[in-house]
Design a protein around this ligand. Structure first.
Ligand SMILES: [Zn+2]
Length: 66
């Protein structure tokens, strides 16, 4: 049996602080998790773009029989 010491420090890596999801820079308190309002707006516009994009579907019309 080997008696290799287990490096616990490797397993206990400090939680890496997440940077700005847009550009990866350090986030600013006022715009967390973004680094600036600009990046915040970029993310917001993307998000809204998805929301406002209404899928066009051919809904079955209410065809009256006869
Ligand atoms: Zn940024």
């Amino acid at each position: 049996m080997s008696d290799d010491p287990i490096d616990l420090s490797a397993a206990r890596r400090p939680k890496k602080a997440a940077g700005c999801p847009i550009c990866g820079r350090a986030p600013v308190m006022d715009f967390r998790p973004f680094c600036s309002k600009r990046c915040s707006d970029v993310d917001l516009s993307r998000w809204l773009g998805e929301v406002y994009r209404v899928p066009v579907e051919d809904a079955p019309g209410e065809d009256e029989p006869g």
